[in-house]
Design a binder for this molecule. Structure first.
Ligand SMILES: Cc1cc2nc3c(=O)[nH]c(=O)nc-3n(C[C@H](O)[C@H](O)[C@H](O)COP(=O)(O)O)c2cc1C
Length: 328
């Protein structure tokens, strides 16, 4: 049974990548994930602000004026931010020494400023690829959707102009025309697009009157959004698509491959069941392939993408119409 797949130019032994999360922030955990079958690892994101902080400190030492966002002082604990760049580069090089799967560094970015030169240092530390986790909250009443989208293009173009390793972009679904945005990004030279990131959603604490995060981990019922969009876009883009959010078992991996994904990323499943879930998922995929007579992922990849479907409208149906008009 051949579970190999190509993603970002690498041949992965299977389609399961552990996505950026707390489990991909130490060499020990990364080793355990790989021992349990992970085919690649996306390291926990380093934040643009952390990179800028280091640059800012260097500038200050050279007695140059402070230029970079003041907000940095609000968001980060200055005790821990200090060494975060060095620690991140060490994490990359240590992981490369210890495991034999692609190590994908991740930067959480919101602008195309000076930090992009850091992409070079990520390469030098040995990262095989770079995932840009870009999210600009579309909440600014004075910014049009085109202006918002332009910010994404600027970040991607500036990173691509310095990076030699493959670059992937991890997106949210907060776009005015999601299909067009995914297509345009795929045409800029990125090797992969990850659909979708998951964010803290706000909830209210009714006793303290404060905003608190809720539903940090996904559940299997969260699969639908990425499944729909991988199926709609998979044969319409110039790069690999990787599915993220709601992949908790082997069946979900199979569905995403049927939709056309090259690979999937998992995070919440690891938090809920531990790294051994990867082996269980791989077993489930093999059993299903055996039952259906498939020898490789390419035997069924994209078979349920929208462009190969006899009923493409099924992927665009969004309103309930007459469905569920009965109470159940
Ligand atoms: C605790 C936690 C931390 C995360 N940290 C990051 C991060 O630093 N960068 C990032 O791109 N995604 C991060 N994610 C998002 C995951 O990589 C993933 O895209 C998301 O959780 C959806 O996948 P899942 O349904 O398998 O959890 C994090 C997720 C969790 C649960």
């Amino acid at each position: 049974m051949d579970l190999r797949t190509n993603y970002l130019g690498f041949t992965l032994q299977n389609p399961i990548i552990v996505g950026s999360c707390g489990y991909t922030y130490s060499v020990k955990d990364v080793k355990s994930l790989v021992e349990n079958g992970a085919a690649a690892i996306v390291l926990k994101s380093i934040f643009e602000e952390e990179i800028l902080w280091e640059m800012e400190s260097n500038l200050a030492q050279m007695q140059r004026p402070m230029t970079i966002y003041p907000e940095i002082y609000d968001f980060f604990d200055l005790e821990t931010i200090e060494d975060s760049v060095t620690k991140y580069l060490n994490l990359i090089s240590e992981c490369k020494k210890e495991v034999d799967v692609p190590i994908i560094a991740s930067v959480n970015c919101i602008s195309s400023h000076e930090w992009v030169s850091f992409a070079r240092r990520i390469e030098e530390a040995g990262a095989d690829a770079l995932e840009l986790n870009i999210f600009i909250m579309p909440s600014d009443l004075n910014r049009t959707s085109q202006e918002n989208e332009k910010m994404y293009f600027e970040i991607i173009d500036s990173v691509l102009s310095v990076a030699k390793i493959p670059v992937a972009v991890k997106l949210s679904y907060y776009f005015t025309n999601l299909a067009s945005m995914i297509k345009q990004i795929s045409e800029r030279g990125v090797k992969g697009i990850v659909l979708f990131n998951r964010f803290f959603e706000p909830d209210f604490d009714l006793d303290t009157f404060t905003v608190v995060p809720t539903n940090v981990l996904s559940s299997p019922s969260d699969l639908g959004k990425s499944l729909r969009w991988i199926a709609i876009m998979s044969e319409r883009v110039n790069c690999d698509l990787c599915a993220s959010t709601g992949v908790h078992d082997g069946k979900a991996v199979i569905k995403q491959i049927l939709a056309g994904a090259k690979a999937v990323q998992i995070a919440s499943a690891i938090y809920r069941k531990g790294p051994k879930v990867i082996g269980e998922m791989l077993e489930e995929i093999k059993n299903w392939m055996n039952e259906k007579g498939f020898n490789s992922l390419d035997d069924f990849r994209g078979r349920m993408s929208q462009s190969r479907s006899l009923n493409p409208a099924a992927y665009e149906r969004a309103q309930f119409m007459h469905y569920f008009s009965e109470k159940f």
